[in-house]
Design a protein around this ligand. Structure first.
Ligand SMILES: [Zn+2]
Length: 89
């Protein structure tokens, strides 16, 4: 049996609609969505997507809020963010 969606993969349901660029972008996200990312806390590659923007570590169980489809590790926290200026409410 021949493979029906060799080129388009998971975006086969879209048919000829929406344009090839959009379909390729969707396909790219669709493929990388199930990939595991490294946990910023215990640095094991067990972070998986729970739902849109929610990622959970399979080892330490920490949940992170990140991008809707892909995990982007949080940047370093600056001193101004960590320590609020005294006198301000
Ligand atoms: Zn972890």
């Amino acid at each position: 049996m021949s493979k029906r969606t060799k080129k388009v993969g998971n975006t086969g349901w879209m048919g000829a609609r929406y344009g090839i660029r959009i379909r390729r972008r969707v396909l790219e996200l669709d493929r990388s969505r199930s990939e595991r990312a490294a946990c910023p806390r215990c640095s094991t590659v067990t972070l998986s997507r729970i739902s849109s923007g929610v990622f959970e570590c399979g080892r330490c169980g920490t949940r992170y809020a990140s991008g809707a489809y892909l995990f982007t590790p949080p940047g370093p926290v600056s001193r101004a963010e960590r320590e609020p200026v005294a006198g301000k409410p």
